[in-house]
Design a protein around this ligand. Sequence first.
Ligand code: GLP
Length: 260
Amino acid sequence: MRLIIKQNKLEASVWAAHHIADKINAFHPCEKKPFVLGLPTGSTPLETYAELIKLNKSGAVSFENVITFNMDEYLGLPENHEQSYHYFMHQNFFNHINIKKENIHILDGMKKDPQKECENYEKAILEAGGIHLFLGGVGEDGHIAFNEPFTSLCSRTHVQPLTQDTIRVNSRFFDFDTSKVPTKALTVGVQTIMDADEVLILAFGKNKATALHHGIEGALSHVWTISAVQTHNNAIIVCDTEATEKLSKDTVNYFSDIEK
Ligand code: GLP
């Protein structure tokens, strides 16, 4: 695993965006050989998306032959709901880049048979040839995508009940009213993320320090699903200094030295 520590969120996000653009460019995607990118929502990736939009507009990277798969979606929220992840992705990213509509994949939280929707999503990822790079954030309780504590580290796309902690944290987007937050979500599994050729996790701020500590220094455990990145051959965590507050000095020194 690599841990890239930057002074602040903006520096870290710019690093992540340039890393993603470099990977897309190095792949030389074309219609017959598209680059497959996994994407998250949340406040964490906003600056990374803003930088990728800039890079796209300046011609430094093209999304013409990029296929995307989003990590998750709330169960029961229609696409046009302002808090749906469909809405978020279009507002903050897709509407501003040259991606083809048919190349965008997001789980549909309104499907009559959500379980079937999850199975079809796994099939679609396989049909696309697998994910080259999965970008993700991390929840305060260490969840990746919506893989809450005690989700199997072998999980695939599934319907996930949300914990009261996550509902409370995410209620900030629902007028701080926990009763407005959906109680379930559709999410790619931990294994779905780990199957990607590369995993890039962003973690910013003090609120993520405990999750980062368990994810990097703790044991591999379903309690902190972020810890699954320890098993990945090509995983990078990009964070700001605040998020490293609960890491030991030795850990910070090790990663800082090796990245010099
Ligand atoms: C949600 C999403 C996760 C995201 C997490 C952190 O629960 N399902 O994919 O990583 O929140 O959100 P934020 O980036 O707003 O801290």
